[in-house]
Ligand binder design. Structure first.
Ligand code: CA
Length: 504
């Protein structure tokens, strides 16, 4: 009886403390493949995101936020566990996430928080550590998605981004316990390939010319082979489905008629024009960029609806709102779509945090931060101690406007999924505030970029004798980071183990 009572008290005690201390809620708004170049608060010259921008105006914008492994499932696993891919086991999109391991939602749940997850999960195993979850199956379609809960799988009619917003609002309004703090993860599928816009944005940007990025016609000279042997160019690798020359297959009659009304005339105009060469590249870029941006319009609208609800309900004052993406994205930079590389546009990711009363409105921070830091940050905000095996660093001091002297000076990155989609070779590397050293280890080839003189990363200076000293320093730093993060000398057995696990 004594034992039972102690269990009862130990499980109730945190709830009491949490309620009395008024710990904040966390709302994690998460997109998939959202380029920072497509957020107006980050200086986009291609679109406006007034609702996401609210978080920059009312909170902090991180100018140097990065990921550890620029691809969907691995990024999500890093965020949940606070550990690099080689330790959490999710090296590529192919593995099944080991939900038995420690995650920040589990720790918050144990400490009196209610935990909820809505939208894209993409980790194959069912979510663990959540009181409520409703997720897409795998990648999920843009229209009429089946969604899974702990009890059932049900197909929902509508546009997926809007549905994820609705389910999130429904949980906030009706499903949560108002006496308990929460962490709610609202995770969109958009703007992931193949960029199918929602009904209300099918004609947005018609007649508008979206500016092309500086490196759309990159010729991949002055770098090693990998940049030229990938398969993610707008010019050669977009399919007819990507370009919407074929309509989506799973639309309702009403949705199909809206789609045909929007794309029928656009596609006829394209066929009539008979484009080729650079004119065709221009057309493909416009078609691709507009559909991508249209998808973001629905995400931004959803963010606005949720922020409005926080205001109306009185939750806003005690809720930390975070906006981020699982990685960055090439919106035509280097001629590409997709991600995976340690090159800047996919290595970086948006990160905006609004914490009323703590974070200075309209502030910017240029410290090096990483998705590796999110778990420890969320635990810190909620007053829960992070386990020592987590590898990130809480960014709470930065959110409080402090300037810690011992903040990290460099970032570690490693990408594993090769052979794989888009043929990006495995690589690892180090980035400081001024330079980036990348090692394509399957080829034993190095690239070095001077980010101050060459921010678009068009010219590797690895073989330039003027950079010999910096190159040696960065190699030493890379070794230090690999040792700090316990990266095995040879990571190939990890991939083989993961492959074997998949077939087991
Ligand atoms: Ca992604």
């Amino acid at each position: 009886m004594k034992i039972k009572l102690s269990i009862l008290f130990s499980s109730l005690l945190p709830l009491t403390i949490i309620a009395e201390e008024n710990y904040p809620n966390i709302l994690f708004l998460f997109a998939d493949d959202h380029a920072y170049q497509a957020i107006s608060a980050y200086g986009s010259n291609r679109n406006n995101t007034p609702n996401i921008d609210r978080l920059a105006k009312e909170g902090m914008l991180f100018e140097r936020a990065f990921v550890t492994n620029s691809i969907c499932a691995p990024s999500r696993a890093v965020i949940l566990t606070g550990k690099h891919s080689h330790l959490n086991g999710q090296l590529t999109n192919r593995e099944r996430f080991d939900g038995e391991q420690q995650t920040f939602p589990k720790l918050l749940q144990k400490n009196g928080y209610q935990t909820a997850l809505v939208g894209k999960w993409h980790l194959k195993s069912d979510p663990t550590g959540f009181d409520f979850w409703q997720i897409l199956l795998g990648q999920g379609p843009y229209y009429n998605p089946p969604m899974k809960t702990s009890k059932s799988v049900d197909k929902i009619t509508g546009y997926t981004t809007d549905i994820i917003t609705e389910v999130t609002l429904d949980w906030l309004r009706h499903k949560r316990d108002p006496d308990q703090p929460f962490v709610l993860m609202c995770q969109h599928k958009a703007p992931h390939r193949n960029w199918q816009p929602g009904p209300q944005y099918l004609n947005k940007y018609d007649g508008v010319v979206i500016p092309e990025p500086h490196t759309l016609r990159d010729d991949y000279q002055n770098r090693l082979v990998p940049a030229s042997t990938q398969s993610m160019t707008i010019d050669r690798h977009l399919t007819n489905n990507d370009l919407k020359l074929n309509p989506p297959r799973n639309l309702t009659t009403e949705q199909k008629s809206a789609w045909d009304a929007a794309y029928g005339p656009k596609n006829k105009a394209f066929e009539d024009a008979g484009l080729s060469g650079d004119a065709l590249l221009k057309w493909k870029y416009q078609r691709y960029a507009k559909d991508y941006l249209r998808c973001i319009d629905s995400v931004d609208e959803g963010v606005g609806r949720i922020l409005d609800y926080l205001d109306e309900s009185g939750l806003a004052d005690n809720t930390v709102v975070v906006y981020s993406s699982d990685q960055g994205w090439y919106l035509g930079e280097h001629g590409w779509f997709d991600k995976r590389w340690m090159y800047e546009e996919s290595f970086r990711t948006p990160l905006l945090v609004r914490w009323p009363g703590i974070t200075k409105p309209g502030s910017k921070n240029s410290k090096l931060v990483q998705n590796l830091d999110y778990a420890e940050t969320f635990l810190d905000i909620c007053g829960v101690q992070a386990p020592p095996e987590m590898q990130g660093q809480s960014i709470v001091p930065l959110l409080k406007g402090k300037n810690p002297k011992r903040w990290r000076k460099s970032l570690y990155y490693q990408y594993y999924e090769f052979p794989g989609g888009h043929s990006v070779r495995r690589h690892y590397g180090v980035r400081t505030e001024t330079h980036k050293l990348i090692y394509f280890y399957m080829l034993d080839g190095w690239e070095l970029y001077d980010l101050v003189k060459d921010p678009h990363e068009l010219h590797s200076v690895y073989d330039d004798p003027d950079y010999a000293r910096i190159s040696e320093e960065l190699k030493a730093e890379l070794n230090r980071l690999r040792s700090l993060y316990q990266v095995p000398k040879d990571t190939r057995p990890l991939i083989q183990k993961a492959k074997k696990k998949k077939t087991d």
